[in-house]
Design a protein around this ligand. Structure first.
Ligand code: G3P
Ligand code: CA
Length: 366
């Protein structure tokens, strides 16, 4: 073997040893999570355990809590009389019987209803119709919940103390909601008077809106925050600006999967904004193997996660339910997953719940 070739061989051996050492090393995000006091990898129950129970209801959050999810995820909105509630859509049509109870107001935003009006709505029966194989008669009549009620649920069981992962949903419709949220978390003892998360609790704040992140950081500088990522108008600039055409026959999931950030620099600009405005991480979307209505752009490509980690930011990807995709996104380097199926993700992370979904629901009267 000639000397240069031998040097090449030795270099290769050294590099391979380095690679083994690197593999044995804890993932980069794990140390970042530890420093931020965030479980790694994190199980974030998206609208509760919303595969198995109607989203954002007592059944869904209680199930997620009892399964052992790290966080109860919610979309925060505000009623006409100033109450903070959890609901994903900006109107009530998909998940309630608003069309029957308030036909004239059926398309109006949540902000046009008082809490008393919202509490008359049935937020469970739609699930039984949409998913007959998962239907339970006790889901009929479930109510929209206030943030206070979700805090009660999170506080109730000493054996399971999930954190809250709170999104300011459409925050431009609710001026001042960041301040209201701060006041509520302090009032409920989840934040100390000097703005830290209270020792026995976990909170992460999340938003797609840059301006809301800035306000969250202004009012709650010491609370972990995540900037949610999306490609499109008002978000990360796409490579192509061709809008989705339903007449094309392409599914929305396939269209989204084709959307990519204009270039690396554009993606990096969003990371830099997140970092400069107090975020400890980002919440990128994922393209799912099976498609479906929660399959979006692939914003967890390895280079993206590496760039995010290099800036000292964590990656919590939304919304993944299938073990094939859990593996894919973990291999790509994410630090936690928003999931509708906490039971499955906990199994995947080798933290299976001690009771089945059915046992928990039955034990709680569902
Ligand atoms: O908050 C993360 C994820 O929930 C964002 O998507 O539309 O379900 O709120 P969405
Ligand atoms: Ca959300």
């Amino acid at each position: 073997m000639s000397l240069p070739r031998r040097i090449t061989w030795l270099t290769a051996a050294w590099l391979s040893a380095l690679a083994v050492t690197a593999q044995a090393k804890a993932p980069e995000g794990q140390a970042l999570a530890q420093a931020a006091g965030i479980p790694w990898p994190a199980v974030i129950a998206h609208r509760g355990a919303s595969f198995d129970a109607p989203e954002s209801t007592q059944a869904s959050y209680l199930l997620a809590r009892e399964l052992g999810a790290d966080y109860l995820e919610m979309d925060l909105q505000r009623t006409r009389d100033g109450q903070l509630i959890a609901l994903h859509d900006t109107n009530l049509g998909r998940t309630t019987d608003v069309a029957t109870k308030f036909p004239e107001q059926k398309d109006q935003p949540v902000s046009q209803f008082t809490l008393a009006q919202l509490k008359t709505l049935d937020a469970g029966s739609w699930f039984n119709k949409a998913y007959p194989d998962r239907a339970r008669s006790a889901y009929a009549g479930l109510k929209i919940l206030t943030l206070d009620e979700i805090i009660d649920l999170a506080d109730q069981d000493p054996a399971h103390r999930p954190g809250l992962y709170i999104e300011t949903k459409a925050p431009l419709l609710f001026p001042g909601i960041e301040k209201d949220l701060t006041a509520k978390l302090i009032q409920r003892g989840w934040l100390t008077a000097d703005g830290h998360v209270a020792p026995q609790h976990r909170v992460v704040l999340q938003t797609f809106e840059k301006s809301s992140l800035t306000l969250l950081n202004q009012f709650m500088p010491k609370v972990p925050k995540v900037l949610l990522l999306w490609v499109g108008e008002g978000s990360i600039e796409p490579t192509s600006k061709v809008a989705y055409d339903p007449a094309s026959g392409e599914t929305k999931a396939a269209y989204y999967a084709r959307q990519t950030p204009r270039d690396h620099a554009e993606f990096e600009r969003w990371l830099d904004f997140a970092k400069a405005n107090g975020a400890i991480g980002t919440g990128p979307s994922a393209a799912l193997t099976q498609g479906g209505d929660q399959s979006y752009m692939d914003l967890v490509q390895p280079w993206m996660n590496q760039m995010t980690h290099a800036k000292g930011l964590l990656v919590h990807v939304y919304t993944v339910d299938d073990p094939v995709d859990y593996q894919k996104v973990m291999d790509a380097g994410v630090d936690g997953i928003f999931t509708n199926r906490s039971s499955e993700l906990l199994k995947f992370y080798h933290r299976p719940a001690s009771r089945s979904v059915d046992d928990i629901l039955k034990a709680n009267g569902y």
